[in-house]
Design a protein around this ligand. Structure first.
Ligand code: ATP
Ligand code: MG
Length: 453
């Protein structure tokens, strides 16, 4: 390996040390020192003043107008999540659990792109023959796709002549000789990502970068990895189930609330365009504790089932276990139910689960969570053709939400008979009045009385 000239920098406070230390001497945090190349020598006085002589700041009106050139990946749902296609010269990070199908998805996209563009697939984790076997199994005609089995990023640069799209599988498996630490370390991941960013911006190459996620579900490597990228996508799903969800958590060229649904089959990953009903259970309506909510994902709405379970706490602190709903939001809704709606939950363990691994981050799901919790507490099921949506405030009042019309339209499409909507959204409901029973809700407490009287 080449002689390295590196320093170790604390990711918390920025303290610099010539060697690795377990504990930062400046801020006292443990395990925060990561390797970085030592600063390059500053330019000489003459070079500095020559550079300063040229004014580089421009008025906004004179800045050259450029539109983003977008290319289709061949998979409609992927394009949708990426904001309407892949922007040329951008960096797209695809994170996901082991074995979820990251390499499969990107092999399919690379094969499609290679029909018209020069595509390079850098496989640092698998051999070229493994990638070929996969492509054959998926029935891909990807004859023109270039394969490279290389772990050193310095060896990649000379292969990039004329390449328009490049897949890096994965960022944790590549390294640069500028640093002496092993591949996958914080310093290496950060340095490799910034190297790729410089190549992408200077040569106009689009990079798809695969990243592994840690046990906690975050992308392995420093947060700065996400800052460098233009688009950060997460590929998620239960391994046992065949459905996969592609979610955008950062996108410099599009909406981040868009979600793509895929099905993993032995012929590869297939986009699911009609996903109405896949996030609903067959037996809903039979047991207490479940209700459906029309959730917004980007420009679309889909019906998702919220399930809850309440059981008496055996000892100590009651447990709160939300999956798919924010912990703090659940605590807030429990307090509202207790204080404003007379639903006593203080001495019960509360479990919440959103079907299919969907995450309900929007406030519009509040009312459904409240309805499901009350149903579980009173042990009375909610009719399977009933849905609810609305934001619940601390006073128990139900606030208007966006996309109300689309949500009700989705319920009508799915054959629902009754939907609880915020009273303040009623104005936009006129055209659905004869198609579905729309119940306006001013306070969460009134909905609960209406449901369980
Ligand atoms: N022969 C096969 N037939 C059907 N499905 C297969 C076959 N081989 C692999 N798979 C599916 O593909 C998945 C692995 O896909 P892939 O290798 O793309 O995942 P990955 O996210 O890249 O994993 P890793 O983190 O290990 O790189 C497996 O979990 C399995 O569901
Ligand atoms: Mg892989």
């Amino acid at each position: 390996m080449a002689k390295t000239n590196t320093v170790f920098v604390c990711s918390e406070c920025g303290a610099v040390s010539p060697r690795w230390l377990g504990r930062c001497p400046s801020c006292g945090k443990f395990n925060t020192m990561a390797e970085e190349p030592a600063a390059r020598p500053a330019p000489s006085g003459a070079a500095k003043s020559a550079a300063r002589a040229l004014p580089r700041a421009l008025p906004l009106a004179q800045v050259e107008h450029k539109t983003y050139e977008r290319t289709s990946s061949g998979i409609s749902e992927f394009d949708n999540v990426a904001g309407g296609g892949i922007v040329r010269g951008s960096l797209i990070l695809l994170g996901g659990d082991p074995g979820i199908g990251k390499s499969t998805l990107l092999t399919q996209i690379a094969a499609h792109l290679s029909k018209e563009h020069k595509v390079l697939y850098l496989s640092a984790e698998e051999s070229c023959s493994q990638v070929k076997l996969r492509a054959e199994r998926l029935g891909l005609s990807s004859g023109g796709m270039l394969l490279l089995n290389e772990t050193c990023l310095d060896g990649l640069e000379c292969e990039l002549d004329g390449v328009e799209f490049c897949v890096i599988d994965s960022i944790q498996a590549v390294y640069t000789e500028d640093l002496s630490s092993s591949s996958g370390s914080v310093g290496q991941v950060r340095e490799c990502a910034s190297r790729l960013m410089r190549i992408a911006k200077s040569r106009g190459i689009t990079f798809f970068i695969i990243g592994h996620v840690t046990k906690e579900g975050a992308l392995a490597g420093p947060k700065v990895l996400e800052h460098i990228m233009d688009t950060v996508l997460y590929f998620e799903g239960e391994n046992q189930e065949n459905y996969r969800i592609l979610r955008s958590v950062k996108n410099r060229f599009g909406n981040v609330s868009e979600v793509g649904v895929f099905e993993m089959t032995d012929r590869g990953i297939i986009p699911v365009t009609d996903y109405s009903g896949i996030f609903l259970s067959e037996s809903r309506g039979e047991e207490a504790g479940a209700v459906v909510t029309p959730a917004r994902t980007g420009n679309r709405c889909m019906n998702v089932e919220v399930q809850t379970l309440i059981s008496a706490t055996s000892f100590g602190q009651p447990r709160r276990m939300p999956l798919g709903v924010d912990y703090n939001k659940l605590a807030l809704l429990l307090a509202v139910l207790e204080k404003r709606c007379g639903v006593n939950l203080g001495s019960f363990d509360v479990y919440v689960n959103v079907m299919g691994g969907i995450r309900l981050n929007e406030p519009a799901a509040d009312l459904a969570v409240c309805a499901a919790l009350a149903s579980s507490r009173f042990d009375k099921p909610i009719d399977r053709y009933t849905a609810a949506f609305g934001e619940v405030g601390l006073t128990g009042e139900v606030r208007a939400v966006s996309y109300a019309e689309k949500r009700v339209a989705e319920c009508v499409k799915m054959g629902f008979k009754r939907v609880f909507v915020p009273a303040k959204n009623m104005k936009s409901m006129t055209k659905y009045i004869d198609k579905i029973d729309i119940v306006p809700v001013l306070y969460a407490g009134t909905m609960i009385k209406n449901l369980f009287k």
